[in-house]
Design a protein. Structure first.
Length: 256
């Protein structure tokens, strides 16, 4: 008798199903490890193109449906990264020969970014946060996590993430900076990436109202509504409604 059928016969259904799920998860994990090992080996053997690109995409966990933005991007395009944090997206963009404008308010992270890209004139760093208006506020982060990826200018988000320190940062209106520093010299922006820890809703609303999205090919955003229940869902719905009302086709809310 087949081993699986025998086990199914002698075990209670709930126990068999439980063990089956465990086995399936282990099999998936082994398959995933094998896949990642192949990518790493390929990147070592091919450090200048396809396998290295695959590794960079895997490192950021770029969704499969968005990988084409980097695999088939024309040279010399512009990517705006909000926020840059640990530079993964910058490295990916530079590998694809994109010019990068990166915003990062974390004082430790931005210092490291300056050191890393000091000699790269295609990487422009802004030690500021972004929002729908310009002002100064507190930046909430974790004292014990130098490059805290969950740090935010939103106090509510900072408390949710267990932030235990806050310091003043400058905030710029993103729309103004894009117009003044980029679109005054270039026809368009290829990708605008937003992962700004609960501040994305104000920025997206401003982007839509100002119609600057018409000069950006792709706007990809990670939203954080899932952490704030009804309030989060309300904010997300407002943005989705604005996107539908304006028939916008280039704003994507499921980045990573």
């Amino acid at each position: 008798m087949n081993k699986v059928l025998y086990i199914k016969k002698v075990l209670p259904p709930f126990l068999f199903n439980f063990l089956k799920r465990i086995y399936e998860n282990i099999a998936i994990s082994k398959s995933d490890i094998y896949k990642k090992n192949n990518i790493i080996i390929g990147a070592l053997a091919d450090p200048k193109w396809q396998w290295q690109l695959t590794l960079l995409l895997e490192n950021i966990k770029v969704p499969e449906k968005y990988k084409y933005l980097f695999k088939y991007s024309p040279d010399s395009r512009i990517l705006v990264d909000c926020w840059a944090n640990t530079w993964k997206v910058i490295d990916l963009a530079r590998f694809c020969n994109m010019e990068v404008f990166a915003f990062e308010p974390n004082k430790d992270a931005i210092n490291l970014l300056h050191k890393k890209y000091n000699n790269d004139d295609k990487v422009h760093l802004y030690p500021v946060a972004v929002s729908n208006k310009a002002w100064n506020t507190k930046f909430y982060s974790n004292l014990y996590d130098t490059y805290d990826e969950g740090a935010s200018i939103v106090e509510q988000w900072g408390k949710y993430c267990g932030s235990n320190q806050a310091y003043k940062v400058e905030i710029v209106r993103l729309v103004d900076t894009l117009n003044q520093d980029i679109l005054s010299k270039h026809d368009s922006i290829y990708i605008l990436k937003l992962d700004i820890e609960w501040a994305e809703f104000d920025v997206l609303e401003d982007i839509i109202e100002s119609k600057i999205y018409e000069k950006i090919q792709y706007i990809v955003c990670e939203t954080h509504e899932r952490f704030f229940g009804k309030e989060g869902n309300k904010k997300l719905k407002k943005i989705k409604d604005l996107i539908e009302e304006n028939n916008i086709k280039n704003i994507y809310l499921d980045w990573i």
